[in-house]
Ligand binder design. Structure first.
Ligand SMILES: NC(=O)c1ccc[n+]([C@@H]2O[C@H](COP(=O)([O-])OP(=O)(O)OC[C@H]3O[C@@H](n4cnc5c(N)ncnc54)[C@H](O)[C@@H]3O)[C@@H](O)[C@H]2O)c1
Length: 366
């Protein structure tokens, strides 16, 4: 059966979505206000197309996807009205446009979506749009790629292999990386690793006029602290006056993991005889015995998180009749809750109580 996809926004991340779509869909429509972006999509598709029919016994390389391009969303809307919904629609324009784009497509019957982070710039919009997708029986996946990558399974497998017990905390420290833009990925990774959503958040944030996407967008530095069930914690500190890449640490009772943003991961254990001599948790010691060093970015079968995500969304028709589903929505909301917590100077329980917080407030994040 012929599979179709829509891509709205073919910028730096949209191009990666397009490359994931090319081998998996028969028809792709690309919408972007930039003619350069549209020309790129057409030439990328041409370059990927098989040069000639494969010889007997060989399988074709590349893709023969047909591409159509448009400069306005109206043309995609008309396409859905005439031809029915795309198997999936990816929304990769700027953050403040995500919800209006999903709504406009949903109004004409588009059901399934991949949406770039942040899903929305207000908690109310995040809640409303997820409920609307669910009511329509659709599926929505936020491109929080670390959850689809090899990281969660890889880290938990190492913890199991070395009998580390439960992961107790995740910390991230670094320079100007923006709590909203990049912090959300680590918040989501922590949530997946803990296997539970956070129960409260405190935050102390500030923004300066340094967002490389646009000066109207915030770029948050400061700290966010999330509490999870069982006393587990996720904390992130970013400093806008430092240009140093972040470092991520994972803490178990007697072991520490250290990760670079590219997925390079080192697991270090404490010395067992030291632990046996002084078992109290307050008798801390350095975790220096390297138990594992390697890159955990790819899944066990060698896929990136985005490839794994598109393996799911390109097979949604096979799952027809399955329940409506939204993935990553709580993380989108929990990130926005930190901005409210900082502004209010209060610890907020999660999910936020809308009688305490103005969930309709829009934040200039993307
Ligand atoms: N998941 C990730 O790892 C990741 C990485 C980078 C960016 N992002 C997110 O993806 C989104 C896009 O970021 P980017 O870096 O690709 O930005 P970008 O500026 O490179 O690309 C945005 C694209 O959208 C197009 N566009 C703008 N308005 C449009 C409209 N009304 N209709 C159609 N197209 C329109 C622009 O012409 C541009 O090509 C942001 O929300 C960002 O936070 C996510």
């Amino acid at each position: 059966m012929s599979k179709s996809a829509l891509l709205v926004g073919c910028g730096s991340i949209g191009k990666k979505h397009f490359q994931e779509m090319l081998p998996k869909f028969d028809h792709i429509m690309v919408v972007d206000i930039s003619t350069e972006a549209l020309a790129w999509a057409q030439s990328e598709a041409q370059n990927a197309a098989p040069a000639a029919a494969p010889a007997a016994g060989e399988s074709a390389t590349g893709t023969a996807a047909t591409i159509s391009v448009a400069q306005t969303l109206d043309e995609a809307i008309a396409h859905v009205e005439t031809n029915g919904p795309f198997d999936t629609a990816t929304v990769a324009n700027w953050g403040p446009d995500h919800v209006p784009t999903i709504r406009a497509l949903q109004a004409v019957g588009q059901k399934n979506f991949v949406v770039e982070k942040p899903l929305s710039d207000s908690i109310a919009d995040a809640r409303d749009i997820l409920a609307e997708v669910q009511r329509a029986g659709g599926k929505l996946f936020i491109n929080l790629t670390r959850r689809y990558s090899g990281l969660p399974a890889g880290i938990l497998a190492k913890a199991a292999e070395f009998n580390l017990g439960e992961l107790q905390g995740v910390t991230v420290t670094g320079g100007a990386r923006c709590i909203a833009t990049n912090g959300i990925h680590y918040l989501d990774l922590a949530t997946v690793l803990f296997g539970a959503s956070p129960v409260s958040v405190t935050a102390d944030l500030a923004t300066q006029n340094i967002n490389p996407r646009h000066e109207s967008l915030a770029f948050y530095e400061g700290s966010v602290n999330y509490n999870y069930p069982g006393g587990k914690r996720f904390s992130c500190v970013f400093l806008n006056q430092s240009a140093v890449t972040e470092n991520v640490r994972f803490y178990w009772r007697n072991a520490e993991g250290e990760m670079q943003p590219n997925g390079d991961f080192q697991l270090r254990l404490r010395n067992q005889s030291e632990i046996d001599t002084y078992p109290a948790v307050t008798r801390t010691g350095y975790a220096q015995d390297v138990a594992f060093s390697g890159n955990l970015w790819l899944t066990a079968d060698g896929r990136t998180g985005m490839t794994a995500l598109y393996d799911i969304v390109s097979n949604l028709d096979a799952a027809q009749g399955s329940a409506a589903e939204t993935v990553g929505g709580r993380t989108a909301e929990d990130l926005l809750a930190a901005l409210h917590a900082s502004e209010l100077g209060q610890r907020l329980t999660l999910p936020v109580d809308e009688t305490q917080v103005d969930i309709t407030k829009h934040w200039s994040i993307s």
